[in-house]
Design a protein around this ligand. Sequence first.
Ligand SMILES: [Zn+2]
Length: 257
Amino acid sequence: MSLKIILFPCLSDNYGFILRCTNTGQTACIDTPDAGEISKQLQTRGWGLDYIFNTHHHPDHTGGNAALKRKYGPTIIGPKAEETRIPLIDEAVSEGSIVRLGDCKAVIWDTPAHTAGHINYYFKEEDVIFVGDTLFALGCGRLFEGSAAQMWAAMARYRDLPKPTKVYCAHEYTLSNARFAQTIESGNPDLADYITDAKSKRDGGLPTVPTTIGAEIAANPFMRADKDAVARAVNMKGHSPEDVLGEVRRRKDSFRG
Ligand SMILES: [Zn+2]
């Protein structure tokens, strides 16, 4: 394994990620929520920045592109479908593109739903996926530019990954997502265990990210939109998982808890 991942909190609830190929010293960051904090993390380690890998155009994911480009001159890679909205993009990628970081490589997934061109970076050999704002621990992204059917397609695809795959989500939303998930599947013992574990991490000042595909399959209501218990909870038994996910998402949008 030559991929080292540094995770750090920034802004109000974002996570920043710095990736380094330990064989070659090539370094990248996933998105640029906070240029100052990313620079600090790089400087502490005496590292440069060869690449920025953007997942989607939102300002808390691309806001630091310009400052980091000025300071380190990285190649900026981002989604082809949002090419005009990614500041200073050098290389546009889409489904099936291969992105290299030294000896490590990621395959690009198109996961439109949160935004129209959102992409994921899947490092298959390392069992790691960077999902941006598509998948969250016990949640999924809001449907700003896409549909529930697109989000369900992404969820179904995540479920096919090996269960130990580590999922790096871009925000710490887990305890709030947990309160909502309990309104959907209060009887799910895996959800209860998940929440106990997440609370103890947060009490200890630790991140709940990365999560794993296996943990999300067992407890994330959006990943479980085809389960009877989830459909029943939103009075939609017999409806398609797309429609169930859409209703669960609508309820989450207005959930205050
Ligand atoms: Zn976003």
